[in-house]
Design a protein around this ligand. Sequence first.
Ligand SMILES: C[S@@+](CC[C@H](N)C(=O)[O-])C[C@H]1O[C@@H](n2cnc3c(N)ncnc32)[C@H](O)[C@@H]1O
Length: 331
Amino acid sequence: MRVDVLTLFPRMFEGPFGESILKRAQDAALVDVHVHDIRDWATDRHRTVDDTPYGGGPGMVMRPEPLSRAIRSVRGGDGHVVLLSAQGRRFDEPTARRLAALTHLVLVAGHYEGVDERVVERDVDEELSIGDYVLTGGELPSMVVVDAVVRLVPGVIEAASLEQESHTGGLLEGPQYTRPVEHEGSRVPPVLLSGDHKAIAEWRRSESIRRTAERRPDLLASADLTPEERARLPRAVTPRARVGDDELIRAYRSGIGSYRIAARFGMSPATVRARLRDAGVRMRPARGAQRAPTAADVHRMRKTGMTIRELAKHFGVSHVTIIDRLRRSTP
Ligand SMILES: C[S@@+](CC[C@H](N)C(=O)[O-])C[C@H]1O[C@@H](n2cnc3c(N)ncnc32)[C@H](O)[C@@H]1O
């Protein structure tokens, strides 16, 4: 596969493209990545590539002539041209798979206020966005797309690693563990130590479905599920339906406190404790690590812009607790 990137800032790509898997893929000649400076197609002495917008308004717009010349020069007969744009269709794993099957991809990184619309009409095959926010340029989005696409090119990553990953088959991957067997009182699920490959595969599959139902129920409609798996999905995904008692008990017995369990499963600590008590679990006395967040904790996270609802979810407490902490002054 050949990838050409057109940018005003080619040096931004040196680090990400010169390390790790992207570097190895190029060294192994599995992909051929070329980064070009759009200014090389400018014709004036100052290598101008932008101008003020017609009709007025702030910022600059990338001029059509150098950019069109650049695209036409690198796309050849087989290049599929993608403009990175906040207005594009959302880039996702199926799109990465589609692009990974191409022989030649041309990525165009916009800058300033964007590119002249006539370039989009004449020289661009599709526009892709990496999320609903605006970045200063298309360089980082291009790197994201190249990374997601190149790892799917056959031979770049072991095929088995790709099989069970998040967004393969429309599901999230389940939890992963490595040595040691016990870490701070929390043990690896016994099935993973059993050596029973069938049981492990079944456990991974069910964890993957459970996690997707908990965290991204929106993915389930188009996920690759058997009719039996679909029939077993919870009808209304309420927190109680999502997290089984056995899971809460397992987490609690592994030594995790009710506040952290609550934060992990998106419920209140009071609900966690009530369900554990209902299930006949003997509760440990509260420890320092299980305490509710302090005013300082809450104020610190609030400064990152979290809403009260997000703070309540983050700390696993009610919004009343958050408001209470915010009213207190920090030490
Ligand atoms: C400051 S942005 C221009 C935003 C544009 N004025 C608009 O409102 O849509 C400059 C460039 O960054 C890139 N860019 C910004 N946000 C992006 C996103 N979410 N996904 C992909 N590219 C993005 C695009 O290439 C865009 O031309």
